[in-house]
Design a protein around this ligand. Structure first.
Ligand SMILES: Cc1cc2nc3c(=O)[nH]c(=O)nc-3n(C[C@H](O)[C@H](O)[C@H](O)COP(=O)(O)OP(=O)(O)OC[C@H]3O[C@@H](n4cnc5c(N)ncnc54)[C@H](O)[C@@H]3O)c2cc1C
Length: 306
């Protein structure tokens, strides 16, 4: 069995950017796409903040183009999921089901999945009123009333961010108390553009052919129901980093994000982490791509030294 120079797990902006750099450095990267080839951006419509596209670009189109760019330089993409790894010795070992892969370096770019409320219409309305990212989608709702659901720091941050762009932010939480840190919750409470509704639950969406038009709410204590008119709901209940598989071989923070030192290096020599999986803070396509670039260059330097 031949040993890969670089194996990349994930085909979001981080994985594909790493592939472009590794392929152009003649490292013949082998990429595993997992269940969501193209990553999170395949679930959205307009991406207006990725540089190079004056009028924006559709998320799926951006990822198709990134894939083609990586393939043009010889990247091999496998549409399989990595199900097990053993990084205890060189060569590093990975499995896609029964299929064993050996590699001198691995770039983990498996992303962090946004948690959602589990509403029936989520897949239909994502990018058409439903969002999990205020930095990404807030601008589409400038000067409009928006709703944020959640009670942790992410929700407070999203609400504060949106209050600078939107006319009114309604922050809905199922409990009276917020899980958020005191300072973040107080900042949200003191913000005159944020109206807090607790304890209310978002039960369902109302929509027409244009997308979301309102929400069906239920009071968590009295059971009272009402409809709220809005064209956007930001679900801000955190992310789940896809790092479980790698935990024995990398350090993670309390939420599961991979901790890196010296840019993208993990505690295991030859194993690098890039993109949302290692970035609890920014979680943007451009930052993921930047980390993918760094990981590929660091993998290349590691190979030169070995
Ligand atoms: C609805 C939505 C809209 C967004 N809009 C914007 C925007 O406008 N602008 C912006 O900058 N950002 C936006 N973002 C955020 C952006 O999508 C992410 O920051 C970015 O995709 C992170 O890239 P990534 O490569 O780290 O991971 P991801 O895009 O999450 O990709 C992860 C990849 O890893 C793969 N994977 C996971 N586990 C395995 C495994 N075990 N084996 C093999 N493969 C695996 C997945 O299949 C996927 O290919 C948006 C996010 C969402 C959800």
């Amino acid at each position: 069995m031949s040993t890969n120079e670089v194996t990349i797990i994930g085909t979001g902006p981080a994985g594909l950017t790493a592939a472009i750099y590794a392929a152009r450095a003649a490292l013949n990267p082998v990429v595993y796409a997992g269940v969501q080839h193209g990553g999170q951006l395949t679930t959205t419509t307009e991406v207006e903040n990725f540089p190079g596209f004056e009028h924006g670009i559709l998320g799926p189109k951006l990822m198709t183009d990134m894939t083609a760019q990586a393939e043009r330089f010889g990247t091999k993409i496998n549409y399989e999921e990595i199900t097990k790894v053993d990084f205890s010795s060189q060569p590093l070992k990975l499995w896609a089901g029964d299929h064993l892969i050996e590699s001198k370096t691995v770039i983990i770019a498996t992303g962090a999945t946004a948690k959602t409320l589990g509403l029936k219409s989520e897949s239909k309305l994502m990018g058409r009123g439903l969002s999990t990212c205020a930095t990404c989608d807030g601008f589409f709702y400038r000067n409009k009333r928006v709703v944020v659901a959640g009670g942790g720091d992410s929700a407070m941050e999203e609400a504060n961010y949106l209050s600078k762009i939107c006319s009114e932010v309604i922050l809905i939480h199922r409990r009276n108390d917020f899980r958020a840190s005191k300072i973040m919750a107080e900042r949200a409470r003191a913000n005159p553009k944020i109206k807090i509704m607790t304890p209310w639950i978002v039960e369902d969406t109302i929509s027409d052919e244009t997308g979301l038009t309102g929400l069906k709410l239920k009071h968590a204590e009295t059971g009272e129901t009402k409809n709220l008119e809005t064209t956007s709901l930001f679900m801000a209940i955190g992310h789940k980093p896809n790092s479980d598989l790698f935990k024995p071989w990398v350090d993670t923070d309390s939420h599961g994000y991979i901790k890196t030192t010296n840019h993208t290096a993990t505690k295991t020599p030859g194993v690098f982490a890039a993109g949302d999986i290692a970035d609890p803070l920014f979680k943007q396509a451009i930052t993921a791509a930047g980390l993918g670039c760094q990981a590929a260059i660091q993998a290349s330097k590691f190979l030169e030294g070995h």
